[in-house]
Design a protein around this ligand. Sequence first.
Ligand code: CA2
Length: 149
Amino acid sequence: MKRPLIVVLNGPNLNMLGLRQPEIYGEATLDDVEQLCLQAAERLDVTIDFRQTNGEGELVSWVQECRGRASGIVINPAAYGHTSIALLDALLAVELPVIEVHMSNIHRREAFRHHTYVSQAARGVICGLGIRGYAHALQAVADMIEDEG
Ligand code: CA2
């Protein structure tokens, strides 16, 4: 049987992970996050497509491309989560199970990080668990795909 595809999307500046601000985001790089996701995908018997972009339009296009291609989405929208109604609209339109991830606990940070538009399209939100949040998010989406056939 073909493995379900889960697309793992990463928003702006996450390519800098591990290179700056380790006190907030830790020392792992985005390549480390991808490795962690690949290991989780093996365990869960799913395929992942792991991507990062700094462009809001590109992120919106990648979400649109998930329709008919992917079975679920894990997204760390980074700052676009707090600002982008376009991203919210795209996530609502694809009608797929979405889990939102933030490595830091956005509720312990500046007030402008407490709200995210993306949360309105997400089945669940994981924050504050560091890069492990991605593995938990993949587990959650894989469970949803299995439960909902
Ligand atoms: O905690 C998260 O995962 C965030 O999505 C990270 C975003 C931030 O805007 C969100 O409020 C919370 C920032 C990603 C930028 O990552 C950097 C990593 C290292 C150096 C500079 C930026």
